[in-house]
Design a protein around this ligand. Structure first.
Ligand code: HAM
Length: 414
């Protein structure tokens, strides 16, 4: 039989890697909940139409990367991202009736059928934050600040922030035509790929490495120069707030994000410490998204950051395994029930307790307990009644005590 392995682009999370994730989650919760973001979980799969409408038919994500299957007559897709699902939940639960903006955060796994490489997986995790229901520029700035603080708290190095503005859909539509005209004018100089996508996604031309295309793009019109006064003012205010907060950033007039729902502010954090996949996290405003998926016109803004990428470049504070307060060593069937009850009672009282479960010799059990750093060991060796030997592994002291008094001894010392 062929060896069974985790599917391509997926991985198991074990040992230290699992501990590092718990720590990351704790940090994200502290940073986001102190700013009033509440946790949300949405289903792992949604109606395909949510992503087709929300993320955009023309995007790579929707065109090539979705895991889609049929459930009876409905087409279902494993979520490739979290913003459209959170907006769907906002509409479904009538959250527009709550005080605005509604601030939500998540740590969930997402699925994209991409070519796997370091930092790019087919199932990956994101920490994300969304603020829905206000177009106030201070929210854009607050969210950017929070992601910056999260990366800081994790010790992510070599971080750079790029920011741009995409304006409103109207500005973008006019700009798109202007850009398309420019691309058609210099069509012969472009790469085949860019040429074939002029009609569908002309903005992508800014991403190209192809030298001919790059030259054409140097003289291309810039969206930032075409913003309405209102959008320019919004962008200016966001930038001013970032400056006031001491958040260094570069304006990138060609910042293109892979999802279609963005309006006005867009941003991306990269880390020089990452290789080709340098994007640690990014996001922006999506003032038209909720309407696109069938809700009332509602502004929103948010970001998501890749857990694997953050962990790849985070300062690795060694995260030890959780401490063990008591190890219950026992030998012989008559001791089993008392040992079992003691471990359960100690855990119920709020301490970490482990029970021997592998039939080791008593000597082996003590060694095992010391290896895991157990503070106390209770030794049940078929003694009289409920008596056992309680050993303080720090001082080396041992005492014969009644099992009911173990907690008392652990709390007060010998
Ligand atoms: P995104 O830029 O597609 O945005 O993804 C955000 C982050 O997820 C990326 O910067 C990267 O760190 C990580 N990521 C994306 N794809 C992969 C992959 N295949 N393997 C590993 N990590 C990956 C969004 O998803 C938007 N929903 C962000 C947002 C929230 N915009 C507004 N609100």
């Amino acid at each position: 039989m062929a060896k069974l392995q985790a599917p391509r682009g997926t991985f198991d999370v074990l040992g230290d890697a699992a501990l590092a994730r718990v720590e990351l989650e704790r940090t994200a919760r502290r940073v986001l909940e102190s700013a009033g973001y509440a946790r949300i979980e949405t289903p792992t799969f949604e109606a395909t139409e949510l992503f087709a409408r929300g993320v955009g038919e023309a995007t790579d994500v929707v065109q090539k990367e979705m895991y889609t299957f049929d459930e009876n007559t409905e087409s279902i897709t494993l979520r490739p991202e979290g913003t459209a699902p959170v907006c769907r939940a906002y509409v479904e639960h009538g959250m527009h009736k709550s005080p605005q903006p509604v601030k939500l955060w998540y740590l969930s796994s997402f699925f994209r059928r991409e070519r796997p490489q370091a930092g790019r997986y087919r199932q990956f995790w994101q920490v994300g934050a969304e603020a829905i229901g206000s177009d106030e520029p201070a929210i854009d700035a607050e969210l950017i600040l929070l992601l910056s603080e999260l990366l800081d708290a994790l010790g992510v190095t070599g971080v750079r922030l790029r920011i741009g503005s995409l304006g409103t859909p109207g500005t973008r539509a006019a700009y798109r035509e202007e850009l398309q005209a420019h691309l058609y004018r210099y069509e012969e100089a472009l790469s085949d790929e860019v040429r074939s996508r002029i009609a569908l996604n002309p903005l992508r031309a800014f991403d190209a490495d192809h030298p001919g295309t790059r030259q054409v793009m140097e003289s291309a019109p810039r969206l930032l120069d075409r913003l309405t006064d209102e959008d320019r003012e919004h962008f200016h205010t966001v930038r001013g707030l970032l400056d006031d907060a001491g958040i260094a950033h570069e304006v990138d007039p060609t910042l293109v994000r892979g999802l279609d729902y963005y309006t006005r502010t867009v941003f991306e954090f990269t880390s020089d410490a990452l290789g080709a996949q340098s994007g640690v996290g990014g996001g922006g405003r999506y003032d038209g998204l909720i309407e696109m998926i069938g809700g009332p016109p509602t502004p929103g803004v948010g970001w998501a950051a890749g857990v694997e990428r953050m962990l790849m470049v985070a300062a690795r504070a060694p995260v030890g395994p959780p401490p063990v307060d008591l190890f219950v060593a026992w030998r012989g069937a008559p001791s089993r029930a008392l040992a079992f009850k003691l471990a359960a009672d100690v855990r119920r009282a709020g301490h970490a307790a482990r029970l021997e479960l592998a039939g080791r010799s008593l000597k082996g059990q003590l060694k095992h307990a010391d290896r895991m750093g157990a503070r106390y060991v209770a030794i049940l060796d078929g003694g009289e009644g409920n008596a056992l030997v309680l050993s303080d592994r720090e001082s080396g002291d041992e005492q014969t005590v009644e099992s009911e008094t173990v907690l008392h001894h652990m709390r007060s010392g010998f």
